[in-house]
Design a protein around this ligand. Sequence first.
Ligand code: ZN
Length: 198
Amino acid sequence: MDFSSYKTAENKVPVEVSAKHIHISKKDADILFGPDHVFSARRQLKFNDVFVTSDSVEIRVKGGSLPNVHIVMPFRDQTKVELAATDIFKLTKETIFDSEGKQRQFDVEIVGPKGRLKLDSMPLVACRHLHASPSDAESLGLKDGDVISVVTDGPRSVVLNNVLVRVQEGAVLTCHLDTDEGHAAGISREGFGFVIKD
Ligand SMILES: [Zn+2]
């Protein structure tokens, strides 16, 4: 199919690939790293105050282990592990959806240098999403909660369906993909795509 009609400057959005990572609450950070730990930035992300720390934890699910899962700051209200489907398969030998098409949830153990904690029944793969500020959303003709498609460019161009639009004051226009989606599209860290909406 020819998607060239969508590939216009007005529809163009940056795409960023996030490797496996974890968002943590202050309370859980205290357990994993001790209450006095200071998290230092290893890589700044496009969002002003968001950075990947040089600190990491080990994620254990169903007897499998993923070491070196980096923490993304600032603190969140709730701890959330974000992996790609391939990471889940490595850990559990299971796919992300069950036979009824529901996303599987897993009991997770998180191991830090100072302590460990358990989280029950967690979905481990984030929904594809596009971050946009209110003015970006307006110029793209989108609103918070819309579900769109994004077509990527290049020799491994793919169409990503079910991309949730998240409009937030101060957001930097970016479509966030996980590493499986990035590899499928031939994008290793940053690329771009084009919004397709009804
Ligand atoms: Zn995001």
